[in-house]
Ligand binder design. Sequence first.
Ligand SMILES: Nc1nc2c(ncn2[C@@H]2O[C@H](COP(=O)(O)OP(=O)(O)OP(=O)(O)O)[C@@H](O)[C@H]2O)c(=O)[nH]1
Ligand SMILES: [Mg+2]
Length: 306
Amino acid sequence: MCPLRQDTGAPEPSPFRCGHVAIVGRPNVGKSTLLNRLVGQKLSITSDRPQTTRHRIVGVVTRADAQLLFIDSPGYQARQAGALDRLLNRTALQAAADADVVVMLCDGRSWTQADERIARLLPAGRPVLLAINKIDAVADKARLVALVERARGCREFDEVVPISARTGRQVELLLDLCAARLPAGPALCEPDALTDRSERFLAAELIREKLFRQLGDELPYASTVEVERFEETPRLRRIHAAILVEREGQKAIVVGAGGERIKRIATEARIDLEKLLGGKVYLELFVKVKSGWASNEQSLRAYGYE
Ligand SMILES: Nc1nc2c(ncn2[C@@H]2O[C@H](COP(=O)(O)OP(=O)(O)OP(=O)(O)O)[C@@H](O)[C@H]2O)c(=O)[nH]1
Ligand SMILES: [Mg+2]
């Protein structure tokens, strides 16, 4: 027989919650900046070039009441030009399909056809929150009201939250709204876990970020970074990495006059890596020409693209 429960009038303690939250949206709306803000570490690389993120990465937030596994993914491209675009789009939509909660991110300065397309493609049957980002850059707040109206015309959203991933405004609120929608269950990761990715992966990504930022429009779209050696000694991490480009002419651009550019890329990447990994890093960087690496899905997989 069940013992009679005495009603003390106290509210039931809410259960611990844990699950995956996918951050999706078109390129450049600030998905990776948001992930970093949520986790409080620079895990995912960012730049003002669209399609900076090329790999799915999980950032873990553990609180007293919940563990949230945020998934940053490549921006969904309305136009698909080649094998790499197709693969990135698949990664983005798959992240949403696998998640318990979806945060669709858009730019508060404009709602575009690409946003509309994504809103309609997102899975049904689970909470979808719309986070309107970059509100620090929106002077006319009436525009936000119009944007919300247009967005709501495309699909239903569980919540609409204006945020700034850059300043952190309302990001805590977004975190609460996501946590409340996760299923009850135990933590999936250790409480001090930060990401599902290896230090080797994070190193390659940080180098790619510096490459993106240093080269701007000069950067060949088909360039990537491969860590060839990663050794950890008690005193430092020794990393040898190659920047892969497709043609000889592109190599000269990356190296720069007198090796100036590649030196700067290496220095900036090393500084960020030392901050992220919490220790000394020795980084050796060189450029390799490898034509055709991004031309088909098979060779892309060889370079870690899922
Ligand atoms: N003003 C402002 N800029 C922001 C904010 N969040 C991100 N940005 C900027 O927007 C640009 C793109 O940011 P990312 O985080 O790389 O965007 P993303 O959506 O991950 O882009 P992809 O990976 O290419 O799809 C960067 O220059 C950021 O600094 C914000 O809240 N306010
Ligand atoms: Mg990104």
